[in-house]
Design a protein around this ligand. Structure first.
Ligand SMILES: Cc1cc2nc3c(=O)[nH]c(=O)nc-3n(C[C@H](O)[C@H](O)[C@H](O)COP(=O)(O)O)c2cc1C
Length: 173
């Protein structure tokens, strides 16, 4: 598919089926993440965690729902895989949020190319930040903090979404 067409067909999926993504597809998606630009080229500040363990995903939903005051019970939308981007704790969180966005968007677009749906997760990860016990179980230790994540898999509703129209205002001067 042409790049702009892949981008236009991407949408946030919020109802995943229980079909797992293949290891080959997962590796392609991760490779796309690795190619992302990162502030000052500080790739060594970043940790990517692939979460496929059902118990940990359930725990992430439980903690994540606190961000939404319990209104969204499963903020990972029952995805079989969540890819978490964490960063080494530092004075400047801003660059880590920008880095995570670049990495995640690359992975989201590669997913779309592979006909795998996804959604960016920020809310649930904000709640995870405050759950040191779960951060520990996710292997972040004291060194890393969770920045943002994406949930990915196959759409249970098999949505045939229309191509996105532009909603962003542009000025030429
Ligand atoms: C930085 C960022 C944070 C987001 N956080 C969440 C989130 O926590 N939960 C969620 O369901 N969607 C989240 N989204 C998805 C947006 O709501 C979605 O991209 C937007 O509504 C446009 O819809 P589309 O992705 O279907 O085109 C996030 C997107 C971005 C870029």
């Amino acid at each position: 598919m042409e790049l702009l067409e892949i981008m236009s067909r991407r949408y946030s999926c919020r109802s995943f089926s229980d079909k797992n993504i293949s290891r080959d597809d997962l590796e392609m998606i991760l490779k796309a993440g690795y190619t992302a630009p990162v502030g000052r080229g500080a790739y060594d500040q970043i940790l990517i965690t692939v979460i496929e363990n059902k118990n940990l995903l359930n725990e992430l939903d439980k903690t994540g729902s606190k961000f939404f005051n319990g209104k969204i019970k499963k903020p990972t939308y029952s995805a079989s895989t969540v890819i978490l981007v964490s960063a080494k704790k530092s004075e400047n969180d801003l660059v880590h949020y920008c880095n995570a966005s670049c990495i995640i968007e690359n992975m989201i677009l590669m997913s779309a190319n592979l006909k795998i749906q996804s959604v960016y997760l920020l809310g649930a990860i904000e709640a995870l930040k405050k759950d040191s016990e779960l951060c520990e179980k996710l292997g972040l230790g004291r060194e890393y903090f969770p920045v943002a994540a994406m949930a990915l898999g196959y759409d249970s509703q098999d949505n045939n979404k229309v191509i996105k129209n532009n909603k962003i205002k542009t000025m030429y001067i």
